[in-house]
Ligand binder design. Structure first.
Ligand SMILES: Cc1ncc(COP(=O)(O)O)c(C=O)c1O
Length: 400
């Protein structure tokens, strides 16, 4: 029997491709497991076969789906979460919401490129300490804040301008508002280890049309092609070919349609992924707290919906064993560990190379995270077995 192209792809993928991401087969407790199944692979092959593999219709569809999932008017796809941060911060300067040299408060515990992007946009990053219960910036401030929703926990910050780094917080909420729609704009990452993945990938979300258009130009060479207001620009500069009319000092950070193909099948998976992650997070917090170990865990704050990107822990200063000893023992049992993001960003050698960066006030929480914090993986693919593995390992290690 002769199969048509789509049937042939389906057959090939069903024979050799991945199964459901909810049924991952893996050993121990890895830091990340794949989030995709056969649908993503089939669609990516379809994208390849069309011959159009740069940004195209699949990226546009992914953008629409993501804007709807976050509850905003605009989503602009890029090639990583770091690119999303870089583009949106530059766009905020381009449209005069922020001015070059202006201070932006940044959590002292965060990711390297979140901090770097602030300086790369000509702004002055000022690190401040994070809250001991959420590891995010909490409370009211009078200056613009880059709020990192660290490891899936939404940051409860109030400021005249909130710029969100939701790279690791897909679907997290405060009340019924989804992160990425809490402030003027938000950045998401679709790197392999994140809730949803396109391999590498990112997205900017916003309700601000001028900001969205600026992001569209900055993402692709500075040209007008994907801007909603492109006709206005073309008419204003009628002497220049509108296909090559450059209005921003841009980059090229586009997402490919192969990544877009993954994205459109990833978005519908998020509610189920989140349900599993949140259940695991709650159960792990509860059971570890019951053990009375010298370990702090971070339960979901009231009124917020945690996206449970990973499972952070903080060793008490009174612990009879060091973080290194604990992590080595966990690794021996197949439980992978790593530091909490970039830990205290001012303690990284790169900090001295970030133009205009400084630290405001004491940072006791970030200091503790730097010296005593670590995380283990959390995933849609985990169930009671992974929780039991972690619990048994911790009980054993502290008993011996
Ligand atoms: C909070 C945060 N911001 C930004 C990024 C950068 O995202 P990407 O790896 O897609 O560039 C990450 C990466 O994990 C992150 O955790």
């Amino acid at each position: 029997m002769k199969l048509n192209r789509q049937e042939a792809i389906r057959k090939l993928v069903s024979m050799h491709g991945p199964g459901s991401p909810m049924e991952n087969s893996f050993k121990g407790l890895p830091l990340a497991v794949p989030s995709f199944g056969a649908e993503e692979v089939e669609e990516a092959i379809e994208a390849l076969l069309t011959g159009w593999i740069t940004m195209g219709t699949r990226v546009a569809k992914f953008e629409q789906l993501w804007a709807a999932a976050v509850g905003v008017d605009h989503a602009i796809a890029v090639n990583s979460g770091s690119s999303a941060l870089l583009v949106m911060l530059n766009a905020l300067v381009e449209i005069d919401v922020l001015r070059r040299g202006q201070t932006v408060l940044v959590p002292a515990v965060g990711w390297s490129t979140s901090l770097f992007a602030v300086a790369q946009a000509g702004l002055k990053p000022v690190l401040i300490d994070v809250d001991s219960e959420t590891l995010c910036i909490e409370g009211a401030y009078e200056e613009p804040v880059l709020a990192i929703h660290l490891l899936g926990c939404p940051s409860g910050v109030d400021a005249p301008l909130i710029i969100e780094d939701a790279c690791g917080a897909h679907g997290a909420k405060i009340g019924n508002k989804t992160v990425g729609g809490l402030g003027i704009c938000g950045a998401f990452s679709f790197f392999f280890s994140h809730h949803l993945s396109t391999g590498e990938g990112g997205m900017i979300t916003t309700n601000d049309s001028a900001l969205a258009d600026s992001c569209r130009s900055l993402r692709a060479h500075g040209w007008i092609r994907e801007r909603n207001d492109r006709t206005m620009w073309a008419e204003k500069h009628a002497e220049i070919d509108p296909r090559f009319l450059f209005v921003s000092s841009g980059y090229n950070l586009r997402m490919t349609d192969i990544a877009g193909a993954f994205g459109i099948h990833q978005v519908p998976r998020l509610p189920l992924f989140l349900e599993r992650r949140r259940e695991n997070h709650e159960e792990w917090c509860r059971t570890i707290q019951e053990l009375n170990l010298p370990l702090k865990v971070f339960p979901e704050p009231n009124g917020r919906s945690h996206a449970a990107f990973a499972f952070p822990m903080l060793l008490d200063e009174t612990s009879p064993i060091s973080r290194q000893t604990l992590c080595d023992a966990l690794e021996k049992r197949g439980i992978q560990t790593r530091p909490i993001s970039g830990s205290h960003l001012a303690r990284q050698p790169a900090f001295s190379k970030v133009p205009g960066a400084s630290v405001r006030g004491a940072t006791p929480v970030a200091d503790r995270v730097h010296s005593h914090g670590f995380f283990v993986g959390q995933s849609h693919g985990f169930g009671p077995e992974q929780g039991a593995l972690l619990l048994e390992a911790l009980t054993d290690i502290f008993r011996t």
